[in-house]
Design a protein around this ligand. Structure first.
Ligand code: ATP
Length: 243
């Protein structure tokens, strides 16, 4: 479980998060929405201590992040927007294997995880390719695969779909939904709610650093009205048409 209690975050005179209290249970699939600058990235960066609050507490599995930063980093996997600097190895497979290898896992387990992660992002067969020859969207997929291969208890993705084409987006979304069914807490920060509302459990919307809506995903359309979030019309999503 990830929990924030009375989180306040300021940059100079500006209050970016203002008394944010939230709980994301194991196995929940939460979409974090809100207009540009509403505080989404600032909030999720607190989940594993990349930023510290001016007031309030963040707990991961009941332990304050401030008391166990390494534990929080291990439990909460993060994928950021434009992950150009997240790579540590020359090839796709080696980069995805890097984290699991640091956990001291056996080679067979590392191999399984890399294979699973490549499958999830639609890059099977690209394992030996050099990362510097990949397109922007393909690099984004490698970054997502790297986080998946860590098999964290909670997975946070900040705008993960920006450079992804439709098949990759569908594949990643399906994997996230399956992971949440298996007990992983998922938080996706996104402006693009196509297909996501059908898979998510809950939508939290920020406005001016406060929680402006926290509703079941199937009630999100009316709740998000007026909060600067573009909500796709019913039937606009491919999944809604075909299911
Ligand atoms: N390091 C920083 N220093 C000063 N101000 C910052 C810093 N990081 C973020 N901000 C400000 O905090 C506010 C919230 O930013 P944040 O990135 O959390 O918003 P967001 O909801 O993720 O936006 P977007 O949808 O555009 O990604 C913005 O006004 C931003 O300018």
């Amino acid at each position: 479980m990830i929990e924030t209690r009375g989180l306040v975050c300021r940059y100079g005179e500006t209050t970016v998060l203002d008394d944010v209290s939230l709980r994301i249970d194991d196995g929940e699939f939460v979409v974090l929405a809100g207009a540009n600058g509403s505080g989404k990235t600032t909030l999720v960066r607190q989940f594993n201590g990349l930023e510290t609050p001016d007031e309030g507490t963040v707990l991961v599995d009941d332990t304050p992040v401030a008391d166990d930063l390494l534990g929080a980093r291990r439990r909460v996997g993060m994928v950021f927007q434009t992950p150009r600097d997240q790579f540590v190895a020359a090839t796709v497979g080696e980069d995805i294997a890097f984290g699991p290898r640091n956990l001291g896992l056996a080679e067979a387990e590392i191999d399984r995880r890399v294979g699973d992660a490549l499958d999830a992002v639609g890059l099977v067969g690209r394992r030996e390719e050099r990362i510097d020859r990949l397109s922007g969207g393909e690099r984004e997929r490698v970054a997502i695969a790297g986080a998946l291969a860590m098999e964290p208890d909670h997975l946070v993705l900040d705008e993960p779909f920006t450079g992804l084409d439709e098949p990759a987006r569908t594949s990643v979304l399906d994997r996230l939904a399956a992971l949440s069914d298996d007990g992983t807490g998922i938080v996706v920060v996104t402006h693009d709610l196509r297909d996501v509302l059908e898979l998510a459990d809950r939508v939290v919307a920020l406005a001016d650093g406060r929680v402006a809506a926290d509703v079941p995903a199937d009630e999100a359309r009316s709740a998000l009205d007026g909060l600067g979030v573009r909500v796709p019309a019913l039937g606009e999503s491919e999944r809604a048409r075909t299911d």
